[in-house]
Write a protein that binds this ligand. Structure first.
Ligand code: SF4
Length: 101
């Protein structure tokens, strides 16, 4: 896989997923972007599909709506578990999150 520095991440289609193994359940992400993140009854955060369905499969991704990009990026930056991953759909390169270059 290529690892290149994103030059225009804001206009590329992005998707986001959460590594629940590292989630602390504090809910910061769900506060910042409730349209994208939600805490389940297990106390962990999950991404939601565009039609508001909680996606609980490990590594499940959901598209990042452009108007919510800043909220999703802030969530990734402030996530205490470092477990929110935002990547480009076109090449799966992480652009925000613990594995971003
Ligand atoms: S901000 Fe991170 S650690 Fe906190 S609930 Fe969301 S995914 Fe979990």
């Amino acid at each position: 896989m290529q690892h290149e520095v994103p030059t225009d991440g804001a206009t590329d289609a992005l998707e986001v997923w959460i590594d629940q193994d590292l989630c602390t359940g504090d809910g910061i992400c769900a506060q910042y972007a409730p349209e994208v993140f939600e805490l389940d009854i297990d106390g962990l955060a999950y991404v939601k599909s565009a039609d508001d369905e909680l996606l609980q499969a490990p590594g499940a991704t959901t598209p990042v709506p452009l108007p919510l990009l800043n909220d999703v990026v802030d969530s990734a930056k402030e996530c205490p578990g470092d477990c929110i991953h935002v990547r480009r759909v076109s090449d799966n390169v992480e652009v925000y999150g613990p594995d971003a270059e």
